[in-house]
Design a protein around this ligand. Sequence first.
Ligand SMILES: [Zn+2]
Ligand SMILES: [Zn+2]
Length: 265
Amino acid sequence: MSYEVLFCPLYSSSSGNVSLLSYRGKTLLIDAGVSCKKLKEALDQIGFSSKIDAILLSHDHSDHTRCAGVFSRQLKVPIITNHKTWKTIEYSMGNIDKGNVTLIETGDSLEIGDIQIETFPIPHDGVDPMGFCFYAGKKKISISTDLGFVSPKVASKINHSDVLLLEANHDVRMLMTGIYPASLKQRIRGNYGHLSNEQAADMLLSLNLEKTHQIYLGHLSPENNFPDLALKTVKSILKQKGVFDSLNPSLVVAEKDKASFCTVL
Ligand SMILES: [Zn+2]
Ligand SMILES: [Zn+2]
């Protein structure tokens, strides 16, 4: 396969998250929140057999970290995350060679090959959760899931992205009339919880999308959302504001149980 930048959400939902970014011979996994078997299945599905160079972990919740330890050990892939996250998850990672862990502070920038990576804080109830912007040549790919509210600071980071993976976690009515206990509903709706479909649309409205080619709505709750509903809600809000018609970026829902289609730039 010949490409410049390859980006693919391999799994995306409240049950497990992994994305893949590849550029000029370097490949990163962002989060590793599924079993190793599922991760390998998704890599097979997209026909990806090259070496993985690093696993970046956004925060300490298991839907982002589940197989990081095993995968790191099996394939000798270094884990990159911040100090507080590592301190919280280290016990669950098994025996990881110290040389295979790179610890940063949220807000740090780093480079892997020709990929520049920026990290930024996100409002969520992990110990030190972070989002990522990746710069590959002239292209910018941003990942921002697990967000409690439409934060202008986050918006300023993910603005002007070519590709964006943004959370659209729940439909508020489904959440509020659903089976979750009141405390969990409150947590999800709170400022350190997750973005609703409407909030995802509000976030998109706060961004300059002129160069945006592809938007993936991700991290949907299997209990409190449907892919069609997320897409319909976000599209209709953007249409109401006239954004969708003028810019027309491709808007899709990232798949929960298999690799989404890959964006090649
Ligand atoms: Zn999550
Ligand atoms: Zn989380």
